[in-house]
Design a protein around this ligand. Structure first.
Ligand code: PAF
Length: 293
């Protein structure tokens, strides 16, 4: 069932059925209108809104999806408690003036008997792919489905999820999807914390502790600028910074090639430093790119 709700600018169309969403996209394409797409799991923050703004600036119509995708959560992960706040998300999207919100149900996306998954290989064996088995299989599957349904010209993704972006780029290239993937830089809170829907699980004290992620990356940048190129030395100092306060559990610190995620011994050429750290109930990720020097 579709609902139309009033927006401050125009009318935001809420669509939950796959067939209706496909019909709308086909009609927009017939009219030669470009479709920008921002897939999300909701609980929208300034990072998401930045993606939406980029789409609004460049495309004739913008579609945002909100769907907490069960196939990308592991059995002991936070699917049940993942924050959901549809009404306030809608208010934010209305204020920005997007055209269509696609928010299918779980049954609509994965009906009983569902059996098809896609898997990007190699680059998913590192970092988050290693510590969250099945995560990228779930992401690739849902993104492919969403692309088939929304049929966007452009799709916008944040560089905070650096590896996810690389996986989606590979998916698009290998399966000839014909969607332009637009990378948008990571957005931080004023104190440096990378924006994430999972930040809201943090207590005030845990939030302070979480600042060690961005701080450790900043320190690493400074050391590299001063001429330290040993990945071992940089990694050790990041570990030290992350362990200064109690309550952090390091999942990984990776100093690697930003395209294929293979480990680097020496920081030469373009390098990705990526972290995943559990702080209280939240598994947080952050990263920075060291440009060639
Ligand atoms: O980055 C996310 O929010 C999700 O992984 C995505 C791309 C919407 C797929 O569920």
């Amino acid at each position: 069932m579709e609902t139309k709700i009033k927006s401050s600018r125009e009318t935001l169309q809420r669509v939950s059925s796959i067939s209706t969403m496909k019909e709308i996209s086909q009609s927009l394409r017939k009219q030669n209108l470009t479709i920008g797409f921002v897939p999300t799991m909701g609980c929208l923050h300034a990072g998401h809104l930045n993606l939406v703004k980029r789409s609004l600036e460049t495309c004739d119509r913008t579609v945002v999806s909100i769907f907490v995708n069960p196939t990308q959560f592991g059995p002991n992960e936070d699917l049940d408690t993942y924050p959901r706040q549809l009404e306030s998300d809608i208010e934010k999207l209305e204020t920005l003036g997007i055209d269509i919100l696609f928010h299918p149900t779980q049954e609509e996306m994965y009906p009983a008997g569902y059996k098809t998954y896609v898997q990007v290989q190699d680059i998913t064996e590192h970092l988050c792919g290693k510590s969250r088995p099945g995560f990228f299989k779930g992401v690739s599957t849902v993104v492919l489905k969403l692309f088939n349904i929304v049929q966007p010209h452009n799709a916008y993704f944040g560089e905070k999820d650096w590896q996810q972006l690389a996986v989606i780029e590979a998916l698009v290239e290998d399966l000839n999807l014909g969607v332009a993937i637009i990378r948008v830089p990571l957005v931080r809170e004023t104190d440096g914390l990378a924006m994430s829907s999972r930040n809201r699980y943090l207590s005030p004290q845990e939030r302070q502790t979480a600042l060690s992620l961005s701080r450790s990356l900043q320190q690493a940048r400074d050391s590299i600028r001063q001429g330290i190129t040993s990945a071992k030395v940089i990694s050790k100092s990041i570990r030290q910074c992350l362990s200064e306060k109690e309550g952090t559990e390091i999942d990984y610190i990776s100093i690697c090639d930003p395209k294929n995620f293979t480990k680097k011994e020496e920081i030469r050429g373009r390098t990705l430093i990526a972290l995943a750290v559990k702080v209280g109930p939240s598994r947080l990720i952050d990263n920075c790119i060291i440009e060639e020097f």
